[in-house]
Design a protein around this ligand. Structure first.
Ligand code: NG6
Ligand code: CA
Length: 520
């Protein structure tokens, strides 16, 4: 380990002991502003978080997929660290993102999947991951799917939409407000809807039908894909959505172009900020439903739109990584590539994901998938690259969670955590940089219930609560929601086939006591 970069931030000496090899970017002179004075040098890395939506552990060729190739992501895996026991914090999107950006478990704030008109669920007066980067002098950006709510409860899409990412510490944001399957189907740049015609204002309702657009239940002939009842409200661009929307015609997105728009915005952000350290959070819409790939990828995977969306996601990753290389930034950028939860085949649209998957196992053998308390709910692909800072690349079985990025990045950039910030986040930076090192001993997995890993043991808390109707009807048991405790020894039983709770009542009691303590 060598002390490579020393800088004075706000008068305090911060020495960051990273294993950085020589890296000198002549452009990388830090500006002198009120936060930064007497700067000696700033070689702190940029940070890019590629956060794919619903990508399963087995959905990359570097993680065993044979049906199609993901060469751009595989190239990252080949040069970086490929984690085999890394986890999203939760088995669904909103709680995962909540935890990554706050360093706190989502259950502490009852963060669950949000409707498209929900208020911002992160308290913007509290510390956040992007604010931590900002305080340390980084420029921060988010481009992609948000799904953490916007506004204070009465959002008017025709005015400044806030609070949102800007108030949470992002200098720039370009968003899909919720999900691709939820209205409003418009982009938001910073505080405003893009291309909105003031004479055609947008209204959104999750309660009742509004507007003149067709709805999926009445006009199936207008649809590119049919959908379940939940996804059969307002039709935009031949896709019926959850929720109703009126107005905003000129602002509607075209689903097939979303990958191009997001990729271009990310590239512009990199170009504009190449001269100072930046953090870019890039949450993909892919491979979430509705899967409506661009014509470059439609029909190319042989597995239908879900496979095509994987190819599209890989292409987007490649373009952004290429831009980092073109700008001479790649070597000094720490890239995290991962997914917000496990895989799902049918998530509401008839896109034949199941019928066309052939032998492909999106969960890579693990039990469950998106929504599930079993491993495939949160065990996701995770790759870290950072040529100037990696100590040892290769495969790592370190146990870690995305909730740890907050504390780990603080260490990476020499920032101190504010009091009370990121209280559930553990600094696992050494393991992010060295594939030989372990990280956590214990880790929580959130789903509709809670699971606790302790080394190779996995405990699933009994579940007696309520789930949404669509989950109860379809898959509650398959998702690990049982009224009695479940315990698995993953060292013998990686795929959670054999519940040994009855054989180990003392362990079950210990796990439950520990969970209760974490909850407090
Ligand atoms: C569910 C939707 C599902 C998906 C999910 C959020 C129904 C029946 N299902 O409520 O399609 O949108 O929410 O996915 O409405 S996530 O990856 O953003 O968590
Ligand atoms: Ca998701």
């Amino acid at each position: 380990m060598n002390i490579k970069h020393i800088l004075l931030v706000g008068g305090a000496l911060i020495a960051s002991v990273m294993g950085l090899s020589s890296c000198s970017n002549p452009d990388r002179e830090i500006s002198t502003d009120t936060q930064m004075n007497d700067v000696i040098s700033d070689e702190r890395p940029n940070v890019v978080i590629f956060y794919v939506d619903d990508l399963g552990y087995g959905d990359l060729s570097s993680y065993g997929m044979t049906a199609i190739e993901t060469p751009n992501v595989d190239a990252l895996a080949a040069k970086g660290i490929k984690f085999t026991d890394a986890h999203s914090t939760a088995a669904t999107c909103t709680p995962s993102r909540y935890s990554m950006l706050t360093g706190q478990y989502a259950f502490r704030n009852n963060a669950a999947i949000l409707p498209g008109d929900a208020p911002l669920i992160i308290d913007h007066t509290k510390p956040t991951l992007p604010k931590m980067f900002q305080r340390a002098g980084y420029t921060t950006g988010v481009v992609g799917k948000w799904h953490l709510g916007l506004g204070d409860g009465f959002v008017d899409w025709n005015k400044d939409v806030k609070p949102g990412p800007i108030e949470l510490g992002f200098d720039y944001s370009f968003l899909m407000p919720a999900t691709g399957d939820r209205v409003p189907t418009v982009f938001l740049e910073n505080h405003n809807v893009v291309n909105l015609d003031p004479n055609d204002p947008i209204t959104v309702s999750y309660e009742k039908r509004i507007g003149q657009r067709p709805v999926g239940t009445e006009s199936p002939e207008t649809l590119k894909q049919t959908a379940d009842l939940q996804h059969s409200a307002t039709v935009v661009n031949g896709i019926s959505r959850i929720g109703w929307m009126a107005g905003g015609k000129s602002a509607e997105w075209v689903d097939e172009d979303i990958p191009l728009v997001f990729t271009d915005k990310a590239i512009s952000f990199i170009q504009e900020n190449k001269n100072q350290p930046f953090m870019l959070y890039f949450p993909f819409h892919d491979i979430h439903v509705p899967r409506v790939p661009n014509k470059m990828f439609a029909g190319k995977s042989g597995m239908g739109p879900r496979g095509d969306a994987i190819l599209q996601m890989d292409w987007m990753t490649g373009r952004i990584v290429d831009e980092l290389k073109k700008q001479g930034l790649y070597d000094n950028t720490l890239i995290v590539f991962s997914s917000d939860n496990g895989p799902v085949m049918d998530d509401g649209y008839n896109d034949q994901a199941e019928e066309l998957r052939g032998d492909h196992d999106p969960a890579g053998g693990f039990k469950g998938g998106k929504y599930s308390a079993y491993e495939a709910g949160t065990r996701v692909p995770m790759i870290v690259t950072y040529p100037n800072g990696l100590i040892q690349n290769g495969e790592s079985d370190a146990l870690l969670s995305h909730i740890d990025l907050y504390a780990s990045f603080a260490e990476l950039i020499g920032a101190t955590l504010e009091r009370g910030a990121a209280s559930d986040s553990v600094n696992v930076l050494p393991a992010l940089l060295d594939s030989r090192l372990s990280a956590r001993q214990e880790m929580l997995e959130e789903s509709f219930t809670l699971s606790l890993r302790s080394g190779d043991w996995k405990y699933i808390e009994p579940f007696n609560g309520q789930t949404p109707d669509w989950l109860v009807n379809k898959t509650a048991i398959a998702n690990g929601l049982q009224t009695s405790a479940q315990l698995f020894d993953l060292s013998q039983d990686k795929f959670e086939k054999n519940n040994v709770a009855e054989q180990h009542p003392e362990l079950v009691a210990k796990f439950q006591a520990r969970l209760n303590a974490i909850k407090k």
